[in-house]
Design a protein around this ligand. Structure first.
Ligand code: GLA
Length: 426
């Protein structure tokens, strides 16, 4: 059979497209090759809620001690956190003794961690959880404990020997940019050489940015997630500043994220003191859209049923953990409304509508369905479910239709769009 020139052109175009796909797979941002963090890490991290509380005499229940982590481990299992995916129980700064031991190894403070980290790791593993630990690329940790500079191999091996499963590597007290960058790279390789699977959580771009534009292609090759921006605190101002930074820099950071490597906008502070209900909804919804690690920093011994239900919302977690692994982005901003979207597997999309207003009552915003997901999210039609602030099946929508949403001040409405042809029939 002879091909017509039109057919030939079409075949050529298809082949070129295929080649481009293969090449972008090969040449596209490569992730750290440790097989970990295929979806964003989920767990608990002590810093925002418990900080550097060393006073176990007067505050035994909130000082940084093995007791705190053992209690959290128990609750992560008994209260359903582990079942919905929160598996990494992570220690932040201030676990160490002020000095290394006689063989130069880091050691846990003997009063606060009498059993040492290895025993704590065993305990955490016996619960089916994983243990995270903290160290610093520089001469000291941010709180002034021994830094890893000059000891990267030894520290990586020590953590592996203890059975640690994640390392948060901070960037305080570096003498130079070279020290910072080489240190982050070296530690990644050192962790790999131990042969133990250890998720590597970096703050490299955050510390680099004041001096130098971060090279995310390199960062992704060495880290499983990386902080870009300042520490989260328990306030609406802090959550807003993280979201503002992320949307203003989305051209640089969104495409870098994917299975194995994620942008880290810092901890979830849901369940603490500083955010209203609507603001907590906004943090949960947007952390799902941003494919962010979900590391809660709260007190699982005292958490409201509402905050617990929000953090354990399976539909929202499914968006965060979507296997396609594409980070969402801000689609548009109109006066007091922001529309964010995230492509999901099976041609589904997540849409978040934020009301930026901090005055008045709920506002109404009508979305032209055709404007979503590059015009294809709902073509020719889709089923829409509102997931937050409350679950509601909204039904079938045609491509040309529109959807009216109602959003509380500082709150967010999170939607899931399911391509009509993709729904399984029961
Ligand atoms: C830095 C980090 C925080 C926390 C503290 C601990 O500020 O960004 O997340 O780890 O150090 O000292």
């Amino acid at each position: 059979m002879k091909l017509r020139s039109g057919d030939q052109r079409q075949i050529c175009t298809l082949m070129l497209r295929f080649l481009a796909l293969v090449l972008s797979g090969i040449l596209g941002a490569r992730a750290l090759n440790n097989g970990l963090a295929k979806t964003p890490t989920m767990g608990w991290l002590h810093w925002e809620r418990f900080m550097c509380n060393l006073n176990c005499q007067e505050e035994p229940d909130s000082c940084i001690s093995e007791q705190l982590f053992m209690q959290m481990a128990e609750l992560m299992v008994s209260d359903g956190w582990k079942d919905v995916g929160y598996k990494y129980l992570c220690i932040d700064d201030c676990w160490m003794a002020p000095q290394r031991d006689s063989e130069d190894r880091l050691q846990a403070d003997p009063q606060r961690f009498p059993g040492g980290i290895r025993r704590l790791a065993n305990y955490v593993h016996s619960k089916g959880l994983k243990l995270g630990i903290y160290a610093d690329v520089g001469n000291k940790t941010c709180a002034g404990f021994p830094g890893s500079f000059g000891h990267y191999d030894l520290d990586a091996q020590t953590f592996a020997d203890w059975g640690v499963d994640l390392l948060k590597f901070d960037g305080c007290y570096c003498d130079s940019i070279k020290h910072l960058e080489n240190g982050y790279k070296y530690m990644s390789l050192a962790l790999n050489r131990t042969g133990r699977s250890i998720v590597y959580s970096c703050e490299w771009p955050f510390y680099l940015r004041p001096f130098h534009k971060p090279n995310y292609t390199a960062i992704r090759q060495y880290c499983n997630h990386w902080r870009n921006f300042a520490d989260v605190s328990d306030s609406w101002q802090s959550i807003k500043s993280i979201l503002d930074w992320t949307s203003s820099n989305q051209e640089k950071i969104v495409d870098v994220a994917g299975p194995g490597g994620w942008n880290d906008p810092d901890m979830l502070v849901i369940g603490n003191f500083g955010l209203s209900w609507d603001q907590q909804v906004t943090q949960m919804a947007l952390w799902a859209i941003m494919a962010a690690p979900l590391l809660m920093s709260n007190d699982l011994r005292q958490i409201s049923p509402e905050a617990k239900a929000l953090l354990q919302n399976k539909d929202v977690i499914a968006i965060n953990q979507d296997p396609l692994g594409k980070q969402g982005y801000r689609l548009r901003k109109e006066e007091n409304i922001e529309l964010w979207e995230r492509p999901l597997s099976n041609l589904a999309w997540a849409i978040a509508v934020r009301n930026l207003q901090e005055i008045g009552g709920p506002c109404f915003y009508t979305i032209a369905i055709v404007s979503l997901g590059h015009g294809v999210a709902c073509n020719p039609g889709c089923f829409i479910t509102q997931l937050l602030p409350m679950k509601r099946e909204l039904g079938f929508y045609e491509w040309t239709s529109s959807l009216k949403t109602k959003i509380n001040p500082t709150g967010t409405v999170l939607l899931r769009l399911e391509a009509a042809g993709m729904l399984q029939k029961n």
